[in-house]
Design a protein around this ligand. Structure first.
Ligand SMILES: *Cc1c(COP(=O)(O)O)cnc(C)c1O
Length: 359
């Protein structure tokens, strides 16, 4: 098998060194004679893994002890409900921006708990832009947004400026560049896009917002339960947390600034080719394009044979995972942190060859 350029939208590419180290831990964890998979989550070696993963998150985002970091389960899909339960206050109303499928699901879960109100939406244009210029009245208990829209290829390039507590689903762009994380009251992110394998969900919560909900919250959905027990109220997903910890070490070593610059270079290379190439068009508004997921279609998008031909040429060049999501069609190239610039260049080369052949 030749080199595979992995553009999968998730679960997605992770650094190669992480796979090697993680495979070793399955056989013999740190010379203990035991696999990581067969030791107690309360054992010293695993408690050290959990501690390190939590401190790395604080360190990378420059957060202090006023933030609680938790590694839980249920995916961001449970995060929609958990965030609503934990952030509802006396008004029992959450403000949401609907920027696509995941954001829409968040609104729906908010409505299980209280009122989930859409204060803005880009549905009118198949979610190809980020809404701007709306107001968030102060009688909302929180404001929830999706920083990167994995399916539609749009991303917030600025943190929204609102006067109510800020909640964000960062599943597909967490740690993609430096941000001022101290602006957030609650961040959650499924690990499997940009931080680790499937199986754990990161929660970063300002300590002062925990335990303030107006709802009576079932035990496992209450973030306070997990904060008080250091993510060990029940058995944590030990392997997913361990692999995430290895990725976090890699992020710290590489540096968030450098990661952000590389992500910008990758996005520039691909978007400038999409613009230059006479065969393709991007689907997202230029100012809101995602650094992580680039969506593009053939100008002759209805020609199924031509679509198949491009996928064939890409596959032959070792490119994997670029078939677009069914709600947008065409192609989606996901360029998460661990994807090298060289893989984007390989895709650009195929786009050029395709133009030469068919234009
Ligand atoms: C993938 C994704 C989700 C859903 O994550 P699960 O872990 O499958 O529940 C939610 N939000 C965003 C932005 C995503 O990319």
């Amino acid at each position: 098998m030749g080199k595979i350029h992995n553009f999968s939208a998730g679960p997605s590419i992770l650094p190669k060194e992480v796979f090697l180290e993680a495979s070793q831990a399955i056989v013999d964890f740190n010379g203990s004679g035991l696999s990581l998979l067969e030791m107690s989550h309360r054992s010293k070696p695993f408690v050290a893994v959990m501690d390190e993963a939590q401190s790395l998150v604080r360190e990378i985002y420059g957060l202090g002890d006023d933030y609680e970091v938790m590694f839980l389960q249920g995916g961001a899909s449970l995060g929609f409900l958990i965030s609503a339960y934990n952030m509802m206050r006396g008004n029992k109303r959450g403000a949401y921006v609907n920027t696509g499928s995941w954001a829409g699901k968040a609104v729906k879960e908010g409505a299980w708990v209280g009122e989930g109100v859409e204060v803005a939406s880009s549905k009118d244009s198949n979610f190809n832009y980020i809404p701007k210029g709306y107001e968030v009245p102060s009688d909302f208990d929180y404001f929830h947004y999706t920083s990167n829209n994995t399916i539609f290829g749009t991303q917030y390039h600025q943190i929204p400026d609102v006067n109510v507590p800020l909640v964000c689903d960062m599943s597909s762009d967490i740690f993609c560049r430096p941000i001022d994380a101290s602006k957030f009251d609650l961040i959650y992110a499924g690990a499997q896009k940009n931080m680790g394998p499937a199986g754990t969900t990161l929660y970063i919560a300002k300590k002062e917002v925990l335990g303030k909900s107006s709802m009576s919250i079932p035990t496992m959905l209450n973030l306070n339960t997990h904060a008080e027990k250091d993510s060990m109220f029940n058995t944590p997903p030990v392997f997913a947390v361990y692999v995430s910890m290895l990725v976090l070490r890699w992020i710290k070593k590489t540096g968030l600034e450098a990661i952000g610059n590389t992500n910008q270079s990758k996005a520039n290379a691909l978007y400038s080719e999409i613009e230059r190439n006479s065969m393709f068009s991007g689907t997202a508004a230029a100012e809101d394009r995602s650094l992580m997921n680039a969506c593009f279609v053939l100008n002759d998008g209805l020609d199924d044979a031509l679509n198949a031909e491009f996928l064939n040429m890409a596959t032959e060049a070792g490119i994997s995972g670029i078939k677009g999501h069914r709600s947008v069609g065409g192609f989606r190239a996901s360029m998460y942190n661990a994807l090298p610039l060289e893989s984007v260049q390989a895709l650009v080369d195929v786009m050029k060859a395709f133009e030469t052949k068919f234009a």
